[in-house]
Design a protein. Structure first.
Length: 162
């Protein structure tokens, strides 16, 4: 019986070790990278005042987003997220490259923002316009007086008394 007990203990120890290793492997660090920022060597080839928007897009590819009244700014962005085991991913690095263009589509300014800058740069704005133009509900309600007559309100058909 002692041989059986020692084999059982050895099996339990091996199973416990395998379980601990399996659990520990699930807690390893996992890094994910999203987006694209052109390397410094390629950015050095850009000339403020002479490089055009078409040349920038040909060199770096299509931007992540374009903003401005006439799409005068293009953004390239990258992020790095780190995850440990079952915990939620945390953004540990973010870089945003903003290239501003003048009216002739030539580079006016190149800016780089990082997570440490603390600046919010909206890359994608998904807002549905409601066409109300910032009017309160009460102003809308009061503004509708005079536009609706009683027949429209009650659903009565206009009569032909002619």
């Amino acid at each position: 019986m002692s041989v059986m007990t020692s084999k059982l203990r050895k099996t339990v120890k091996v199973m416990g070790l395998v379980s601990v290793l399996a659990i520990a492997s699930g807690c390893t660090q996992l890094d994910r990278f999203h987006g694209f920022i052109p390397p410094e060597e390629e950015l050095a080839t850009l000339n403020v005042g002479s490089t055009t928007k078409a040349e920038v897009i040909a060199l770096f590819g299509p931007p992540r987003s374009e903003r401005g009244l006439q799409n005068n700014t293009v953004y390239y962005a990258s992020s790095q997220f780190r995850r440990f085991g079952p915990f939620a991913p945390e953004e540990i690095d973010r870089q945003v490259l903003a290239i501003d263009f003048d009216g002739n589509d030539r580079i006016r300014n190149i800016s780089r923002y990082t997570l440490e800058d603390g600046r919010v740069v909206v890359l994608d704005r998904r807002v549905t316009e409601d066409g109300i133009n910032d009017i309160t509900f009460l102003a809308q309600l009061l503004g509708s007086f005079g536009r609706i007559n009683a027949e429209q309100l009650l659903g009565a058909a206009p009569s032909d008394d002619t």
